[in-house]
Design a protein around this ligand. Structure first.
Ligand code: PNS
Length: 155
């Protein structure tokens, strides 16, 4: 059995993240979404809220965890074989490659990249928040539960 972990900030989860997790599910036996809990970063949603948003979308079909500290420590605890990351742009590739090498150096765990599906490759959590803050429509960019949660946060 091969276990994959999809880690990230996910503040908030977007349709790009959902696409990545769904595609990882099609390839690996077990997929864990790992939401970073980093109190030193100012997130709009708490780690528990971000994890719950994934649970609303995936129900019991995907395991969702939160972690702080090193990703590879959490991955080892969970028996992860491979880290899966989505790549949208060359900038993502550069950044993710560096992290992938560091994570392999630290733990031996490999990272696999999936190119983000073209129809969602322009979506980022930060742009979604900006559009929502400025009153634009985020329909189709995030799951409905996230759209509602964002509206609530911005009230
Ligand atoms: O969604 P993001 O912001 O690209 O996710 C980045 C994340 C959370 C996967 C990365 O920052 C991370 O793994 N942080 C945990 C700390 C760590 O392990 N640092 C060394 C990574 S090389």
């Amino acid at each position: 059995m091969t276990t994959a972990m999809c880690p990230g900030s996910f503040d908030p989860p977007t349709n790009g993240h959902i696409d990545l997790v769904e595609r990882a599910r099609a390839v690996f036996d077990r997929v864990i979404v790992a939401v970073i809990d980093n109190p030193s970063k100012r997130h709009m949603f708490t780690a528990a809220e971000r994890a719950d948003l994934f649970r609303v979308v995936f129900g019991d079909t995907v395991e969702v965890t939160t972690f702080s500290g090193l990703l590879v420590d959490h991955a080892r605890e969970k028996g992860v074989d491979v880290i899966v990351k989505g790549i949208r742009t060359t900038a993502d590739h550069e950044y993710e490659t560096q992290m992938a090498h560091m994570n392999r150096h630290l733990s031996g765990i490999e990272t696999m990249f999936l190119p983000t599906s073209p129809d969602v490759s322009f979506i980022s959590s930060s742009l979604v928040k900006e559009v929502a803050r400025l009153g634009g429509s985020i329909t189709g960019l995030v799951p409905q539960a996230v759209e509602l949660a964002l509206k609530e946060k911005l009230q």
